[in-house]
Design a binder for this molecule. Sequence first.
Ligand SMILES: Nc1ncnc2c1ncn2[C@@H]1O[C@H](COP(=O)(O)OP(=O)(O)OP(=O)(O)O)[C@@H](O)[C@H]1O
Ligand SMILES: [Mg+2]
Length: 280
Amino acid sequence: MSQLPADAQLAPTTPVAAREPTARQIGVAVVLSAKGGAGGTLIAAHLAASLAAEKRVLLVDLDLCKGDVAGVLDLHSDRSINLLLDRLDNLDPNLLRGSVEVHPSGLHVLIQPYDLTDLHQISADETTKLLSFLREHYDLVVVDVGSRMDVVSMSAVLTADEILLITTTDVPSLRDAQRVLGLLRHLDVRPTNLRLVLNKVQEGVGVAPADVAAQLHVPIAAVLPADLEACGRVDTRGHLLWELAPHARITRALQSLWKTLRGETDHAAHRHAWPWSHKS
Ligand SMILES: Nc1ncnc2c1ncn2[C@@H]1O[C@H](COP(=O)(O)OP(=O)(O)OP(=O)(O)O)[C@@H](O)[C@H]1O
Ligand SMILES: [Mg+2]
């Protein structure tokens, strides 16, 4: 796997405020799964990779229990987020440079070590400190926090400019989504920062997207269809969907998610993302 060249530039050359004045600025986007297996890691990885060609993007695996970003992106390395977690009092760009892996898409990634004996615990303050440091060095930091509601995921959520709550549309998952939303409201997360992504959606199965939106009172950023074949190939081959299934509906819907988040409406992709909207 390619590594960062020694002279690679991590610090932005342009002040944040001077970049892209028209687009809605998102510095840190947190991806949170309502229930385990909802698709948070797959979505976080594709969202981050889709932007990596045009921006400096970092994907952070902050699912400190069993994060699997490395598996989805087929990254194998001794470099990991632990190099930063070990030195939270002395964070600097050189250390960051030595900790990230670089995916062929250009995406920088802080992976979790595969060996569970290497797990680190960090506090709320340490999480905030880490993310504040990382946001200084990238245009966009996408953080996969997994599905646990703990100090790490909640601190990340409170640091975020955008929170994507990923849920499937079966009743137990939606119940969990509702509980998570209750907690986020209790934490005073601004509703404008929060969106739902409905994943693995199948026509006639589970609760209809329009009913989910009405029940949960949260805007829906995307409705991603179930595609076991394409996603199964990601699982086994560790490539991105646009390499493995470029014409699949889920691929197009994922590619348009960023535009939706930035406030740029992608009407064509939106039609693909809501395959049943003509019926409502
Ligand atoms: N739209 C989809 N259609 C079919 N399968 C999907 C879809 N999205 C994700 N998957 C599959 O669901 C499984 C779980 O996905 P993923 O690991 O991204 O979920 P997660 O929310 O990160 O889970 P965890 O709780 O383990 O962190 C994977 O096998 C993935 O390929
Ligand atoms: Mg995950």
